[in-house]
Design a binder for this molecule. Structure first.
Ligand code: CP
Length: 338
């Protein structure tokens, strides 16, 4: 695909070489994200950050990524703080933001809303999550993390064995990740969920059409055995009709150190898109895994900055100029990234 000037709305727009291009550029962003070098390549550019649903990682890492490339960020958070609360349409909002920004990152609770916004926008729009539909940048950072974790074991993404556990019906990160995995070869996917929260049928079908092996199950202990990656997910309570309905499934699948030791192969990597629900009734990924070296959740969040920097550099067509604007950092950077 041509990245320059394009919207990033769904992982369906990528072919495998496109994903590999994003990863190559993300690799080149390491010195900047790790505060060894500074670049001002996007000096003067403005990111319109429009987050109409709660977010910590996606919103802040989009902003940090843009700042690390030298650009500035203008944020709107929450529908109640935007003119959408006064009845303004997504069309009008998009036309207005196009005049104020060079690129927009957007999250919205409605499926298809970011596509609707992008259709009216005069600048590239990047989907930061639309309802239960897609979260393409999360899928890219998840796959980048899988690539990085497995390369340490001398492996690639082809022939990956992954178990996805939890609310697979409403979890948009696993929807996008499954679609992205269709670009690779010989993947085995175990989908562990309550029957009512199974992965949407068309996504399972897509995996099978790509030649992948898919097993659907409600037995976590069996599902997480003999895989390379366990990808845990939170119950997406905000997508249920009521808390009472969500309560039917809360705490159904809990991974902790004891279960990990008993059922997982020794080097199984543990992932989660975060936020994990650390309240007693949920705890799908227990805090007692925090010192487990195979817990990759904070490597995922760090990688989110790299991948989002890469997308900005590609979409705004400055990949070849990043290093020309570079200098060494002059402030204390400590040992955060060692
Ligand atoms: N993974 C993710 O989308 O996290 P936030 O909701 O904090 O952005």
């Amino acid at each position: 695909m041509k990245f320059a000037g394009s919207h990033i709305l769904t992982v369906g727009q990528f072919e495998r070489p496109d994903v590999e291009s994003v990863f190559e550029v993300a690799d080149a962003m390491q010195p900047y994200a790790r505060r060894r070098k500074v670049t001002r390549v996007l000096e003067g550019a403005i990111l319109g950050s429009m987050f109409f649903e709660p977010s910590t990682r996606t919103r802040v890492s989009f902003g940090s990524a843009f700042n690390l490339l030298g650009g500035e960020v203008r944020e709107t958070t929450g529908i109640e703080n935007s003119a959408i609360a006064k009845g303004e349409s997504l069309y009008d909002t998009a036309r207005v933001l196009s005049g104020y920004s060079d690129v927009v990152a957007m999250r919205h609770p409605e499926v298809g809303s970011v596509v609707e916004f992008a259709a009216a926008s005069r600048v590239p729009v990047i989907n930061g999550g639309d309802g239960s539909n897609e979260h393409p940048t999360q899928a890219l950072l998840d796959l980048y993390t899988i690539r990085s974790e497995l390369s340490a074991q001398g492996r690639g993404i082809d022939q990956l064995r992954i178990a996805m556990v939890g609310d697979l019906r409403f979890g948009r990160t696993v929807h996008s990740l499954c679609k992205l995995l269709c670009l690779f070869d010989g993947v085995s996917v175990t989908l562990v969920s309550p029957d009512e929260l199974r992965m949407p049928g068309e996504i399972v079908e897509g995996l099978r059409e790509a030649g992948h092996t898919v097993v659907e199950s409600d037995a976590m202990e069996e599902g997480i055995a003999h895989v390379d990656i366990v990808y845990s997910t939170r119950l997406q309570e905000e997508r249920f009709a009521s808390s009472e309905e969500a309560n039917l499934y809360r705490g159904r699948f809990r991974l902790n150190q004891q279960i990990y030791t008993r059922h997982c192969d020794p080097n199984t990597v543990i992932m989660h898109p975060l936020p994990r629900d650390s309240r007693e009734a949920a705890r799908e990924l227990d805090d007692d895994l925090n010192e487990n070296p195979n817990l990759a959740i904070f490597r995922q969040t760090d990688n989110g900055v790299l991948v989002r920097m890469a997308l900005f550099a590609l979409v705004l067509d400055v990949v070849g100029q990043v290093d020309k604007h570079a200098r060494e950092v002059s402030w204390y950077t400590g040992s955060r990234f060692t």
